[in-house]
Design a protein around this ligand. Structure first.
Ligand code: SF4
Ligand code: SF4
Length: 143
């Protein structure tokens, strides 16, 4: 089984369709909706945990893309703001995947998005709010 947290952005013309239910029915994928909202202009934003057989997973994503749904992994949405980061290292203590780690040569804290699972544990740990999730900004804009 393959499991991923994805950020889906639905275009206005499909926002009212039961697309996620079709993922379950037609591709045998199980899902857990973590966040969902309609953005200004009526685009939809959804953070979803999707699980299924790898081949069905790929077919399900292809189905979404055909409908114009933009798909990003949660790690593509998470970044470290280098202007804010003071390299205190607090986040490295909570990051379960070592996506945040201390570079022993420079003693700077680095972020490896390939290892990030999007658990968001680093966000409350960071006193200067240097860890950012792009979709949080969109959600904040709609209140
Ligand atoms: S907790 Fe924040 S400021 Fe400290 S190293 Fe991590 S990202 Fe940088
Ligand atoms: S979101 Fe989770 S996995 Fe990603 S950097 Fe932060 S603590 Fe690590």
């Amino acid at each position: 089984m393959y499991k991923r947290i994805l950020v889906l952005r639905f275009p206005t013309n499909v926002v009212d369709q039961p697309i996620v239910c079709r993922l379950a029915k037609e591709f045998d994928l199980s899902f857990n909706i973590l966040k969902a909202t309609i953005l200004p202009g009526k685009e939809g934003l959804m953070v979803i945990e999707l699980e299924g057989h790898p081949s069905q997973f790929d077919k399900g994503l292809a189905f979404l893309r055909e409908l114009g749904v933009e798909i990003k992994t949660i790690s593509q949405e998470i970044r470290k703001n280098e202007e804010k980061c003071i390299h205190c290292g607090f986040c490295t203590a909570v990051c379960p995947t070592n996506a945040l780690y201390v570079d022993r040569d420079t003693m700077e804290v680095k972020f490896d998005p390939e290892r990030c699972t999007g658990c968001e544990l680093c966000m409350p740990a960071c006193i200067v709010r240097a860890m950012e999730a792009h979709f949080h900004k969109e959600l904040a804009e709609v209140g």
